[in-house]
Design a protein around this ligand. Structure first.
Ligand code: TRP
Length: 466
């Protein structure tokens, strides 16, 4: 039960909204609607869209997979995002405090799990973002290497990945330490349009390549047989959580900085479609490039290799244009990765701020340092990184499962919260959302998380066993 002493009256929210300041213990707020949307899209759009999606989709059955993915985004992604929004804006607290306030002490444990998941994901996410920095520098200073496989081995071994990881963590910590408006919102307002612009340019250019049609054909071949495999279904759902930043209180935290007059239903729809759009367009860039050079064989080996070996190889073969295009591609990827890293660190930081009543700066720097240290392990071992990647996905599914159970069956006020600020049209979708949250999400997501933990075990055995 919410503690009555803690719940401010309706008009005190209005006063709080108008102040939009953090001074005197007031919660920070996003300044504009666009600022919030771009920050949330910035969180969602990242390595998951440009690195993972195209390959998962092409392995999972092409166009059929893309359709399945859209369906899952609508039927599961949006209701889950709205669940997080209702808890975040309803409590105006970060995950631990929010779940404690709406569900009592026991549910605050879920908040702790979210923070732990944040630590784990950011620790390895930042390592991969570090490689991306290295590729940007490669492209700018000397052009992409002609032996991309060897270069990838160099980039991922020894001390350099550690330094680049620390650089990414430093940048991320700096943005988060500046606060919601001056740091996160401002960075997103500048960076996200850059990413969209670059990606659209690249997609137009890719359409002119000789391999374009073949590339699209492979990416979007309508192969239905793969879809019957339950592992593909669970992979698509896992990819959807990961890509939409769901299952660890990230959207919950961002929505805690929103005012009551925001139409949550509309925002969730915009965010989900933008995220899908970027993932889809990334595929329209990647596959023509690969088919233009006939290197599809190199790609199916591993997703890691796909982006960091096959693409630079393609860029180098295309001469000067390839170099320019390659730099743009990796810069866009870096932008996506940084804004996602920011959102991950924000979950941890806001929890530290709320739980320990610390100011933002020490909270963010402290959290950043601990995660930077934790990231030393995946920075030094690709095997650890692969296992942690799977672990992250499984933990997200578990976190999503409990969120759906919480909002559907424990916290009774979610529908009311979603109604605040909603337009007529948005209100009409609320009953369907609640039915999905109660009856569809829990069983489906439970299965996904079980598959997820099995995949962790499999990967662990593949990397370390025997
Ligand atoms: N969604 C991001 C991506 O696609 C990664 C990410 C950022 C994330 N924050 C998250 C994933 C929170 C899960 C939860 O790359």
């Amino acid at each position: 039960m919410p503690c009555p002493g803690e719940a401010p009256e309706a008009d005190s929210f209005l006063i709080e909204d108008q102040m939009q300041q953090n001074e005197g213990g007031q919660r920070e707020l996003f300044n504009t609607r666009l600022g919030f949307i771009l920050a949330a899209v910035g969180s969602a759009v990242g390595l998951g869209n440009m690195w993972r999606f195209p390959y998962v989709a092409s392995e999972g059955g092409g166009a059929a997979f893309v359709l399945l993915y859209i369906l899952l985004t609508l039927a599961i992604g949006i209701p889950l995002m709205l669940s997080e929004f209702s808890v975040g804006r309803g409590s105006r607290l970060s995950p631990i405090g929010a779940l404690r306030k709406l569900g009592g002490r026991r549910w605050s444990l879920l908040g702790f799990m979210y923070v732990l998941t944040g630590f784990i994901i950011l620790a390895y996410y930042s390592v991969i973002a570090g490689w991306v920095v290295r590729y940007c520098i490669d492209g700018i200073l000397s052009g992409f290497p002609s032996a991309p496989g060897d270069r990838f081995a160099q980039v991922t071994s020894g001390w350099p990945p550690v330094w680049y990881h620390l650089f990414v963590m430093g940048t991320t910590t700096f943005i988060v330490s500046m606060g919601v408006q001056k740091g996160i919102e401002r960075a997103s307002l500048i960076l996200m349009p850059v990413l969209f612009g670059i990606l659209i340019l690249l997609a137009i250019w890719a359409a002119t390549l000789p391999g374009a049609v073949e590339g699209y054909g492979f990416y979007l071949r309508p192969s239905v047989s793969e879809l019957l495999d339950p592992r593909i279904l669970s992979q698509a759902a896992g990819q959807a959580f990961y890509s939409l930043s769901l299952g660890m209180g990230c959207m919950l935290t961002f929505s805690s900085y929103l005012s009551r007059d925001t139409d949550l239903n509309r925002e969730a729809t915009v965010i989900a479609f933008s995220d899908f759009g970027v993932a889809f367009v990334a595929g329209l860039v990647v596959f023509p490039v690969i088919f233009a050079l006939g290197i599809q064989g190199d790609v199916s080996e591993s997703t890691v290799g796909a982006l960091f070996i096959a693409l630079p190889g393609a860029f180098v073969a295309m001469g000067t244009i390839g170099r320019v295009v390659g730099i743009l591609f990796f810069v866009a990827l870096l932008v996506g990765a940084i804004t996602s890293a920011v959102s991950l660190l924000e979950v941890v930081t806001s929890s530290v701020i709320d739980e320990f009543k610390l100011p933002r700066r020490p909270a963010s720097i402290g959290a950043g340092i601990v995660i930077a240290l934790l990231g030393l392990f995946p920075a030094m071992s690709l095997s650890i990184l692969s296992v942690v990647d799977k672990l992250a996905e499984a933990m997200l599914a578990l976190g999503a499962f409990f969120m759906a159970v919480f909002v559907g069956w424990v916290a009774k006020n979610a529908a009311d919260e979603l109604r605040k600020g909603a337009s007529e049209r948005s209100r009409r979708m609320i009953p369907a959302v609640m039915v999905a949250v109660r009856f569809i999400l829990p069983p489906v997501i439970l299965v996904v998380s079980i598959f997820g933990f099995v995949a962790v075990w499999r990967t662990y055995l593949a990397e370390f066993g025997g």
